[in-house]
Design a protein around this ligand. Structure first.
Ligand SMILES: *Cc1c(COP(=O)(O)O)cnc(C)c1O
Length: 499
């Protein structure tokens, strides 16, 4: 099994090279060239296994060129304590008999990005070893808030690797910013930019395909790689928790053998939900993948009309990690929906690059609607969902997960479908204490000066547990103080950091 490009299926690379390269040379994304399937017996056999063992059962299928030893060692390093405080790594909570929350935020940064970014560095180091590479790898990361910190934590002090994170200076929560600015490690840089996530992601992608730039870096012994969800090494580890959640529900006797469930995913760059699509194609009994957006509801429109139109306003919302208009991983979905018709996918992506818009054909659109449902939540709906969920279940949602809860409720009202549903909870509510607090206690908001005192007060009132990584954050001093950078200067900063 190999990896090919969404834009040219004559390209073939091995899995470790897909991870090292991040993005294919032609600007496409790497995708597995064969469908991988898992039998129901194999799914049943996941019951009683640890998360680490389950991860091996799924991941070895996608990384055939890693030895058993290499892969188990990567998995062990990623998901051991203390990085993941919870022994189940991704525990599932039951709110009612058909409503479950899959908590993906028990890692070192309090967001679901840790699940992939704790293992990616190990996969990457093993890949370099296989190629006997002696270059320095420079990981460029554009972040909408959570990826940056998760990448910094994952890669800090790993020999042979440097990390540079670009974040929108005016688009993330204070807690998120403080998490990044207080990052330790001798190989990391954090840079605020004048622009939003889409601007940063676009410029990072451009740097990857700029031949001259890459040559100049090579002369400094450096090769670029990516830790954004355009890297296959970000996606594959996310497939694991869909299987693990299903196995947990089987284990608890909640599901009959083969019973189908829905997964509801708060979506930005379309990486998390795409992992669910792979799980479904592999044979996991999934009925619908429910794609939940915030006010930046470009995906809702796409799934409802078949037109991806980025000519629209951009909103800064209380769920910043979903403030994205160009969801890169849709390209992978289009590739699979078209039986790898790469010229067609290239044509659509060209449309997106030149006119900010493309229309998919009727057949692709029909396929799309079979697997997905999409909708969105406004700011007010998000707030009231946080309040209602707390009233009903004494469970605290972060704004991203609340978007998902709202969209599930809309779906259920529209279709009367009460299929058991699992909401992927992508962040701890304590990453966004001000907006969570404002949703629960709107009348009391003015009494707290900053996000840290709001965090403490939120905990005092709700008694919902604070993850260890956020409990001690306020005592950490800021260590990075680069001035904000214009998009056009992002590549200069790379050079300056190397000399
Ligand atoms: C990144 C992120 C998302 C969006 O996930 P994608 O894989 O980009 O779709 C949602 N919620 C939180 C908290 C995130 O950090």
């Amino acid at each position: 099994m190999h990896y090919t490009s969404t834009r040219d299926n004559r390209i073939q690379v091995m899995s470790h090279n897909a991870i090292l390269e991040g993005l294919s040379k032609d600007g496409g994304l790497f995708v597995p060239d064969k469908l991988i399937s898992v039998s129901f017996n194999e799914i049943q056999a996941l019951m009683g296994l640890s998360y680490q063992e389950r991860a091996f059962q799924i991941l070895h299928k996608y990384f055939p060129d890693y030895t058993h030893e290499e892969l188990t060692s990567c998995i062990r390093s990623a998901y051991a304590r203390p990085s993941f405080a919870h022994p189940k790594v991704t525990p599932i909570q039951s709110l009612s008999e058909n409503l479950y929350i899959l908590e993906l935020w028990h890692g070192p940064t309090g967001a679901f990005k840790d699940i992939a970014l704790q293992i990616l560095p190990h996969l990457l180091v093993a890949a370099k070893r296989k190629n006997k590479s002696t270059h320095q790898t420079l990981i460029l990361v554009a972040t909408s808030g959570d990826t940056g910190k998760a990448a910094l934590e994952g890669f800090k002090d790993i020999p042979g690797i440097r990390v540079m994170v670009y974040y929108p200076q005016k688009g993330i929560s204070k807690i998120q910013e403080h998490q990044m600015l207080s990052q330790e490690g001798g190989n990391v840089s954090v840079v605020g930019i004048d622009g939003n996530f889409d601007h940063a992601q676009k410029e990072v992608k451009r740097m990857f395909s700029d031949a001259l730039f890459n040559e100049a870096l090579m002369q400094k012994g450096t090769i670029l790689s990516s830790a954004n969800s355009i890297n296959w090494g970000r996606l594959a580890p996310q497939i694991v928790y869909y299987f693990s959640a299903y196995a947990d529900l089987l284990e608890k006797g909640v599901l009959q053998n083969g019973e189908k469930i829905n997964f509801v995913v708060p979506t930005g760059n379309f990486g998390n939900i795409l992992a669910g699509y792979y799980a479904k194609k592999m044979g996991l009994p999934i009925q619908k993948l429910i794609c939940a957006s915030n006010q930046n509801n470009i995906l809702t429109d796409f799934f409802q009309t078949g037109t991806y139109n980025q000519n629209r306003p951009f909103y800064v919302t209380t769920s910043p990690s979903m403030d994205i208009l160009r969801s890169s991983n849709v390209e992978r979905l289009l590739y699979h929906l078209n039986q790898s018709n790469t010229p067609l996918v290239s044509q659509w992506m060209k449309g997106l690059e030149t006119q900010n818009v493309y229309h998919i054909d009727e057949k692709t659109f029909e396929h799309l609607k079979r697997d997905f449902y999409a909708n969105f939540a406004t700011q007010i709906q998000t707030q009231s969902t946080i309040a209602k969920t707390h009233q009903l279940y004494h469970y605290l949602l972060d704004p991203h997960t609340a978007v998902a809860m709202h969209v599930l409720n809309t779906y259920r009202e529209e279709y009367g479908d009460s299929t058991k549903s699992v909401i992927l909870s992508t962040a701890s509510p304590y990453k966004f204490p001000s907006s969570v607090f404002a949703s629960l206690y709107p009348q009391d908001l003015t009494s707290f000066q900053n996000e840290f005192s709001t965090l403490d007060e939120l905990h005092k009132r709700t008694q919902f547990p604070i993850p260890p990584c956020l409990a001690h954050l306020k005592d950490k001093p800021p260590l990075h103080n680069q001035p904000p950078c214009a998009i056009s200067n992002m590549s200069d900063i790379v050079f300056r950091s190397l000399s």
